[in-house]
Design a binder for this molecule. Structure first.
Ligand code: ATP
Ligand code: MG
Length: 426
């Protein structure tokens, strides 16, 4: 026998036992996006490499080290998307969705980054992403943050903290960059290799370093707050007031800059201290320059992305979801005619009872083994069918979770009984 193949490192299977958590998150998120009038868009997982280079930025961890980039058979350089914002903006430009229009969009799906796999950090992971394009008002930044807070409430999860900051406009950042370059140059010997490379062209990136040895230096670096332009300062003040009005607690973290180049003004991150080193569960910000950078007209925009695996893990810790329910009904049959009838009864139940889940198990197994499986499945009822029952046109309905007696019922009565029994699906 050939040895089974292993998966590609950092790429996970999501097993059925976790489905209840994933489904709950997806359902609540879809409901939430609708409540705020965001529409779904689906974009490809593969884009031209150029798109990410131009948007995320050359001197970022993602573009320098993490992208899955390859030549396709036609010789084009393509990349598995590391995030969704660039693709959404590209799609808006492709289809002219920003011509005299504003868009509120969301999407979900796998992202790919070749990072060092560890708990909470994978090479294929999933994000829910929301973007509002064409809006410059701080109300929209606030709306997006309030939305995420509402999602935590709906899911019953407790993130630890919301961090916010403003990184101003590219113009106002220029002055700050000079100050930063001076500061880090004065400590050149303490910079790691990445930071040295970024020092001249992209010193802000150094602030986003995850290297523990760099943290003290970063903590003592000058902060951007004092260099903000008047417009950004006012925008940020308004955002803060809106969050306060909405009762959202936050902490201003003047060192929060985020790992992608396209951000302007607002940046934010929801963090938790319960997932070890992987503390960010949802992050985003404003990217007023990106649409133009990708060839569109100047269009202000803001969005966030949530790490599905990390939020699912928090949901698990907070026991946000009951253990998965089994089927409602498990069919147990003995004999040839009974097998045929069992199959038909299962179909009839699915036809006539809305939302029901019915399992036919493995009908060739022995009666005892089928009964054992019915019991283990967590089903509320077994429908037991032997050749005698087929002849009589009555099937035995056996409650598996209560002490009520088993009854022999005609199909109509059986359907009524099953649909009126209280259960997880009602
Ligand atoms: P981190 O600081 O953990 O590297 P990031 O700043 O690179 O995160 P973003 O690009 O902001 O992450 O992506 C948004 C969210 O996606 C993160 O807050 C996180 O929850 C999730 N995420 C990012 N990278 C990974 C990964 N490799 N595996 C699992 N989830 C991830
Ligand atoms: Mg990262």
């Amino acid at each position: 026998m050939a040895a089974p193949l292993s998966p590609v490192r950092g790429m996970n299977d999501v097993l059925p036992e976790d489905e209840a958590l994933w489904e709950r998150l997806e359902t609540e998120a879809a409901r939430l996006f609708k409540a705020y009038d965001y529409r779904r868009i689906r974009i490809p997982v593969l884009e031209r490499t150029e798109l990410f280079r131009r948007s995320i930025g050359e001197l970022t961890d993602i573009v320098e080290k993490e992208m899955y980039t390859f030549e396709d058979r036609g010789g084009d350089s393509v990349t598995l998307r590391p995030e969704a914002t660039a693709g959404i903006v590209r799609a808006c430009l492709t289809h002219g969705l920003l011509h005299n229009q504003q868009q509120k969009l969301w999407t979900s799906g796998p992202m790919f980054r070749r990072e060092k796999p560890q708990k909470g950090r994978y090479r294929q992971f999933h994000q829910l992403s929301v973007e509002a394009l064409g809006f410059e008002e701080p109300e929209i930044d606030a709306e997006l943050i309030v939305m995420s807070a509402r999602l935590w409430r709906a899911l019953g999860v407790r993130p630890t903290k919301l961090l916010i900051n403003s990184i101003g406009t590219p113009e106002s950042r220029a002055g700050y960059k000079e100050v930063l370059v001076r500061y880090f140059s004065a400590h050149y010997e303490r910079l790691d290799e990445d930071s040295r490379r970024r020092l001249e062209r992209n010193p802000l990136r150094i602030l986003d370093s995850k290297n523990p040895e760099m943290q003290e230096l970063i903590r003592n670096a000058p902060v951007i707050t004092e260099y903000l332009d008047e417009g950004s300062r006012e925008h940020f003040e308004r955002l803060r007031r809106l969050l306060e009005d909405a009762g959202i607690e936050y902490e201003v973290d003047p060192r929060l800059v985020r790992g992608l180049d396209y951000y302007t003004r607002t940046v934010f991150e929801w963090v938790t201290d319960r997932l070890g080193a992987q503390s960010a569960i949802c992050a985003g910000g404003r990217y007023d320059g990106l649409v133009e950078q990708l060839g569109g007209r100047p269009t202000p925009a803001v969005g966030w992305a949530l790490g599905v695996e990390r939020v699912v893990e928090l949901m698990r810790l907070d026991e946000a979801v009951p253990p998965p329910a089994g089927p409602d009904v498990f069919i147990v049959s003995a004999g040839d005619a009974a097998r045929r009838a069992g199959f038909a009864v299962a179909e009839a139940l699915r036809d006539r009872v809305a939302g029901i889940s019915v399992s036919i198990g493995a009908p060739s197994a022995g009666f005892k083994s089928q009964m054992r499986r019915a019991d283990r499945s967590g089903a509320r009822f077994a429908v037991i069918i032997g050749d005698d029952e087929v002849a009589a046109g009555r099937y035995s309905l056996k409650p598996l979770r209560t002490d009520e007696p088993q009854e022999a019922l005609e199909l109509d009565e059986l359907v009524r009984r099953v649909s009126s029994a209280p259960g997880p699906r009602e």
